[in-house]
Structure formats: structure tokens, C-alpha cells
Design a binder for this molecule. Structure first.
Ligand code: ADP
Ligand code: 5GP
Length: 200
């Protein structure tokens, strides 16, 4: 693992990686263990999945509303993902979380993550990796997309896995408990004041 951030506290943390890598699962576990972090609620134009809530999982916007917010420069970053759905991080989310004295945690696909890394001083980017076979198995098991859309996500995942080296850290999500532990130790180390934790 390499660090590009030195010893100061991160301005925000980005968790990225291909669909099905386990970003959402790992983030849920990380939040239980590192209370200084708060997840930004992204905006999206995709349909709501069963169990998802507006304002908790995403801000579910119409395509017109999303475009209007692009026009008024409300997004830190935004992308059009598979099937043309848009996703973006609202600047207001960062302000809200920092106002609470917490550090924003962003879950982004790789293009948005690279943009944030280039644009935001002090951002730390963590890539969650898994094998292509494992990604396909997990997406089919999760069964939240159509077969065609799973195929698109897998094709994109192959490309995204090749980008792993562009990020500050890579965590392999093979065994879930092991990966949770590695990610937690990594983030705790980044948040600790310099000199209070041993570094690898
Ligand atoms: P992402 O947010 O990256 O798209 P999810 O967190 O939704 O991925 O995980 C995709 C699926 O894989 C979910 O059904 C989740 O329960 C499962 N999963 C996550 N991590 C592991 C793991 N280490 N081993 C097996 N299954 C996992
Ligand atoms: P899903 O439809 O599975 O919830 O998310 C699809 C992908 O969009 C995931 O890889 C997720 O990390 C990414 N994503 C979610 N919100 C944002 C965002 O605000 N910006 C970017 N760039 N990607 C996002």
C-alpha cells in the first residue's frame, strides 16, 4: 500500500471499486467501527430498489432536476453510469457533514473517484477489489439488476479492476471479516493524529 496524503487528517475518504466488490457492505461495517465518518447521500436518476429510501440511500431525482442541478453547479462530481443513469455528489452533503464535525465518506464508481482525487486536496481514495468471477457471482446473487444490466456491469468491472493502481490504497474483499478488519485498521490509521499509531 502507498500513501499520497502525508500525516494530516483526510479532508474526505472515497471508497471506490467495481459494482459487486462489496463497497456498500464494507462501508456499513466501517461506520460501526469508525464513528468520525459520515456517508454522503448521492443523487441519482435510477429507480429506487425495494427497501431504499429517498434521502437515506440516495436523493432520487428526475433527469430534469439532475440536469438543473448540474447547471447551477451543485455537484462536486457527477457521472452517467451504465444504462445512462446519472449519479453525483452534492456539495451541500459535504458541507452538512463537515458542519457536524465529521469526515465525509463517499462511495463512488472509479471515474468519479479519480475526479475527486484530482480535485480535492487531502482526499484519500480506497479501491475495493475482488476477482471478476466473484463479482459476477455476487451480482447474480444480489439480483437487483436485469441479466443485461449485470452483463454491462461485469464488462465495466473488468475495465475498472485495471484502474486499481491509480488509487491511494487497495483492499481485497475476499473474506469479508478479514477485509472489514483491514479497511478499519487502514482508516483508523489515517484518522489518528500523527505519531499515535504505528504505520505499516
Ligand atoms: P457494491 O456496493 O460494491 O456494489 P455490495 O456491498 O452490494 O457491493 O455487495 C454485493 C453482494 O456481494 C452483496 O450481496 C453482498 O452481500 C455480497 N458480498 C460482499 N462482500 C462479500 C464477501 N467478502 N464474500 C461474499 N459475498 C460478499
Ligand atoms: P448502484 O446503482 O449499485 O447503487 O450504484 C452504481 C454505482 O454508482 C456504484 O459503483 C456506486 O459506487 C456509484 N455511485 C453512487 N453514487 C455515486 C456518486 O455520487 N458519484 C459517482 N461518481 N458514483 C456514484
Amino acid at each position: 500500500m502507498t500513501s499520497s496524503t502525508g500525516s494530516s487528517r483526510p479532508s474526505l475518504v472515497v471508497v471506490t471499486g467495481p459494482s459487486g466488490a462489496g463497497k456498500g457492505t464494507l462501508i456499513r461495517e466501517l461506520l460501526k467501527r469508525v464513528p468520525e465518518l459520515e456517508v454522503t447521500v448521492s443523487a441519482t436518476t435510477r429507480d429506487r430498489r425495494p427497501g431504499e429510501e429517498d434521502g437515506r440511500d440516495y436523493w432520487f431525482l428526475t433527469a430534469d432536476d439532475f440536469l438543473a442541478r448540474i447547471e447551477s453547479d451543485e455537484f462536486l462530481e457527477h457521472v452517467a453510469y451504465v444504462s445512462g443513469h446519472r449519479y453525483g455528489t452534492l456539495r451541500a452533503e459535504l458541507e452538512r457533514i463537515r458542519g457536524n464535525g465529521e469526515i465525509p465518506l463517499l462511495e463512488l464508481e472509479t471515474e468519479g473517484a479519480l475526479r475527486v482525487k484530482a480535485k480535492v486536496p487531502g482526499a484519500v481514495t480506497i479501491f475495493i477489489s475482488a476477482s471478476v468471477d466473484e463479482l459476477e457471482r455476487r451480482l447474480r446473487e444480489r439480483a437487483t439488476e436485469s441479466t443485461g444490466e449485470i452483463g454491462e456491469r461485469i464488462a465495466l468491472a473488468r475495465e475498472q479492476l485495471r484502474q486499481a493502481g491509480a488509487f491511494d490504497y487497495v483492499v481485497e474483499n475476499d473474506d469479508l471479516d478479514r477485509a472489514v478488519e483491514e479497511l478499519t485498521e487502514l482508516v483508523r490509521g489515517l484518522l489518528a493524529p500523527a505519531g499515535t499509531m504505528s504505520r505499516p
